[in-house]
Each structure stands twice: as C-alpha cells, then as structure tokens.
Write a protein that binds this ligand. Structure first.
Ligand code: SDX
Length: 464
C-alpha cells in the first residue's frame, strides 16, 4: 500500500519517502556504568555511576545528585559538563583532531564534497553512489523559497547586518511550514532537514543581493550545490556567470570545515531551543543568532577587521605593538581567530583553511596578498610567544577563513552567514539526534542563587 501523503503534501507537492537512513542514539549507548565515583558531603557518601565513551573522557552521571544529596553542581561555562550523549562529532582538543561520524576532517575535506558530508552527519555514514545521487537530487530540487520571502527582506534597511537579516529570514521560514506538521513524525523532520540544507544558500544569497541592491538570482538546479550558491551570490541577469571549479571546490571545502563541531555555543542553543518542541526553523534561527557573536562564529569577520587595522597602522612592523596590546591585561584586545575552548593544539580546520587560502590566492594570482602574508607572520610570532604558548592558544578555524572568503569575493559582513549556511547541517543533525533520543527532555538548568533572601514589600511612603 502506498505510503499516505504527509498532511502538508497538498501545499508543496508530495515528498517521496526520503532515502535517509537513520542513525539515532536510539536508546542510550551508555549501556552500563564502567566505574563508580563517590562524593562525600556533610558526612555522607553518594555513589555516582561513571560511563565510558567510545572516545574522550569518562562522564560522571549526576542526574540523580539533586534528589540524593539536595545539591547542584556548578559549571557556568560548561567547561566540565557533558550536556548530552552524541554520536555525531568528536574533538580531541589536545591532539587537535576532529572526527565527523568517525572520519577525520582531513580525509573528508580532501575526498568528499559538502553534500556527502551532509548525508554523513545526518545519516551516520557516507552515501554510496546511488544514495549520493538521490540525496543531491532531493536537495537541489528544494532550493527555491516561497516567493513571499522577499517581502520579509524588504522590511530590512539595506545596510542591516546580514546576520540580523538571516536570523529573521530563517525564523520567518517557520511561518511557512508551521501548521499541520507534527515534528514527532520522522518524515516531517526529514523534510524540514532537507528544506533547511537546500534553502540556506538561497536565503544567504538573497540577504547579500538585498544589501547591494541587486536583483535576486533564482537557483539553477543544473549546478552543484556550491556552484549554485556562488552563482546566486555573484551572477547578475545581465551576463552569463562563469563557474570557476577551483573556487567552487575551495568554498565547498570551507562548508565542510564548518559543518559541525560537537556542543559549541550555537549547537547547544539549537538543542536547548529545540528541546521545548518548537518549530525546527525557529530553533535554527536561534542558533544563527548565537553564532553571530564575535567570540563564536563572528570571529572570522572580527579577525579580518583586526588584520585590516594592523595593516592600516603599519602592517608587519606593527605586529609586536599589537601583540603587546593583546597581552596587556588592561586592554580588551584579543588576537581574533586564536584560542579555543576545546582545542589546546592546532585546530585541524585552521591548517586546512590555510591550505585552501593558498590555493585560492594562487588561482587568483594573489599569492602575495599582503593580508595573507601579515596573517602568516602574525601566526608565526604568536606561536613563538610565551603568552600564547603557555595558554595553549593556537589558530582556530576563523583565523584564515576571512582571508580566503575575501579573496572569493565574499564581503566581510557576510562571513558569518557563510558559517551559518555550513553549520545548518550540523545543527539539524544534532537537533534530530536530540529529538530521537528516548531520554530527551526539555533542558532546564538550575542556578547558584546569590540574591536577597525573602523580605516584605515596604509601603512606598517609607521606601528610601
Ligand atoms: C569558534 O566552541 C566551538 O567549537 C566554536 C567553533 C565552532 O566550530 O563552533 O570552533 C567556532 O567559535 C572558534 C572560536 C572563535 N573565536 C575567536 O577566535 C575569538 C578569540 N578567541 C577567544 O575569545 C577565546 O579563545 C575563546 C572564546 C574562543 C575561548 O575562550 P575560553 O575557552 O573561554 O578561554 P578564556 O577566555 O578563559 O581564555 C583563557 C586565557 C585568558 O587569559 P588569562 O585570563 O588566563 O590570563 O587565554 C586568554 C584569555 O585572556 N585568551 C586570549 C585569547 N583567547 C583566550 N588572549 C588573547 N587572544 C585570544 N584570542
């Protein structure tokens, strides 16, 4: 018997059963505790189960601690807290390793394209030739957005930051796909995931075109995912757009490098927002808002601004003066693109990004680009400086990404939108994993309260 059309099929055409397998947590992988930790407090002892992961540190399960000992744990920046169980991405910060579903990022960046990586992150393994073709076909035939989306854009000032526009556009997508869809239904979630991967390039390109006052360029489904994005960004109706395969391959690799990264701030935002059962487009919009911050995805834009400022103030000769500012406790100056909460060694993405940077600059005849030379000199000096060495501060993914994106013709204020485009697949893979975890519940942290104790409201006549 033919599978009944999903409830919303009448509006957007029927969606065939997607060729998406499913690798969900599906019942905790934490089969049995491997050890026990004991907490001694106020003369009592509390045994806490310890679980061992397939990779990384053991975890002490404190889920019953409050019930047993009437105490909370305290970890405001989550520096020592595993917020969930996940099988998607693993980072070894000390070794500088990054795995997507067990595959090293270097192997994926050099041997796969971004849509293969999307399939991998969502489904748990790389697609075979048929699955790859079907997945590409599915994504590339859902690249258009509702024609009314352009009216949301018209409400923004032309000089609005593109990340504010993108946050609004993706949130607005919830308004097109919110009714009659039950996201507890796997097919509805699959459709939302394909729509998000497929439509983010279109929305990002629309945000850019709107900012420069050029007409929107509709998707061309005969092109590859990334070539289609570059055409929507840089083509005009007045002339044929020539795809440069070297630049397309470079941007496609940049998408792969940014696709997922464990429980970073924006992914944790998507999980917490999604844990209330909200619309997935709304949850992704929350992730975009979080990514915008300069401490997170906004660092690539901030890093290029930093390099431009050093260049404007004298370039290489001024690096030592800048580094002195960074080291000055009284200054809030940071070496943007350096340091990471998890990596205490080279971010493997930074090395791949530097290679990509060199490839693109060579292709464009810009290998003597002064900013690239400045960045490499800055990196060399910082890596030999005790301040950075002692704090294990190394280049992260954002250090070179601004230079290569600028060379690709992407304006600085669009860099984080590119990051958001690429990270969307990571966000929805993590969202799906959370939703399908039988133990998931709404996230609701507690606090260390340091405010007033209970007190009476004084009459206004006696208030000081
Ligand atoms: C991303 O989480 C992820 O996975 C994120 C991400 C992803 O893919 O999702 O990898 C993407 O966000 C990469 C990070 C991009 N941000 C930047 O490049 C901004 C600059 N970096 C910093 O702001 C900082 O390194 C963070 C925010 C990335 C990490 O900060 P932490 O882990 O909270 O470390 P910290 O602020 O406690 O710093 C420890 C010490 C401090 O010095 P002391 O107080 O010990 O003397 O290192 C110093 C900091 O002052 N420090 C820096 C520095 N980063 C940390 N000093 C100068 N320049 C820097 N960049």
């Amino acid at each position: 018997m033919r599978r009944p059309d999903p409830p919303f099929a009448h509006r957007y055409g029927t969606w065939p059963a997607l060729a998406l397998g499913r690798v969900s947590i599906g019942g905790s992988k934490m089969a049995e505790p491997t050890k026990t930790a004991t907490l001694s407090l106020d003369g009592k002892s509390y045994d806490l189960p310890v679980y061992s992961p397939t990779l990384g540190p053991d975890v002490v399960d404190i889920r019953k601690l409050y019930d047993q000992a009437d105490v909370f744990t305290f970890d405001p920046g989550f520096t020592s807290t595993a917020a969930c169980e996940s099988a998607i991405t693993f980072i070894d910060g000390d070794k500088g390793e990054l795995l997507y579903r067990g595959y090293p990022i270097e192997d994926l960046a050099n041997n796969c394209d971004f849509l293969e990586v999307c399939f991998l992150l969502i489904n748990g393994d790389l697609p075979n030739a048929t699955e790859k073709k079907d997945f590409e076909n599915m994504v590339m035939h859902h690249t258009m957005v509702h024609e009314q989306m352009q009216f949301f854009l018209r409400g923004f000032r032309r000089d609005a930051h593109p990340m504010s526009v993108l946050t609004g556009l993706v949130g607005a997508m919830a308004a097109f796909y919110h009714d009659e869809i039950d996201y507890s239904e796997p097919h509805a979630r699959e459709v939302a995931q394909i729509r998000l991967i497929a439509k983010m390039p279109t929305l990002v390109a629309m945000a850019y075109k709107y900012s420069v006052g050029q007409p929107f360029i509709y998707p061309d489904n005969s092109l590859s995912y990334t070539a289609n994005f570059m055409r929507m960004m840089f083509a005009t109706p007045c002339e044929e757009y020539k795809v440069n395969p070297v630049l397309v391959r470079a941007l496609d690799r940049i998408f792969t490098l940014h696709a997922d990264h464990e429980q970073n701030a924006s992914t944790s935002t998507v999980r917490l927002c999604g844990s209330s059962g909200t619309n997935p487009f709304a949850a992704i919009s929350a992730g975009i808002a979080c990514l915008w911050g300069p401490a997170h995805g906004g660092a690539n834009e901030a890093c290029l601004q930093m390099l431009n400022e050093i260049q404007a103030n004298g370039g290489v000769d001024k690096i030592h003066e800048f580094i002195a500012q960074v080291k000055d406790k009284n200054s809030s100056v940071r070496l943007m693109g350096f340091g990471h909460r998890v990596y205490k060694n080279f971010d493997p993405r930074a090395k791949l990004m530097r290679e990509t940077c060199y490839e693109v600059l060579s292709e464009l005849g810009l290998q003597d680009d002064p900013l690239f030379k400045l960045a490499m000199t800055l990196e060399k000096i910082a890596l030999e400086d005790e301040y950075f060495v002692s704090r294990k501060l190394y280049p992260n993914v954002d250090f070179y990404s601004g230079i290569v994106q600028r060379a690709l013709g992407i304006p600085t204020e669009m860099f984080t939108c590119i990051f958001a485009l690429a990270r969307t697949v990571g966000w929805i893979a993590q969202w799906e994993e959370m939703i399908t975890d039988p133990e998931y519940k709404i996230g609701r942290p507690r606090q260390l309260y340091v405010g007033e104790t209970t007190r009476k409201v004084p009459n206004i006549s006696v208030r000081k």
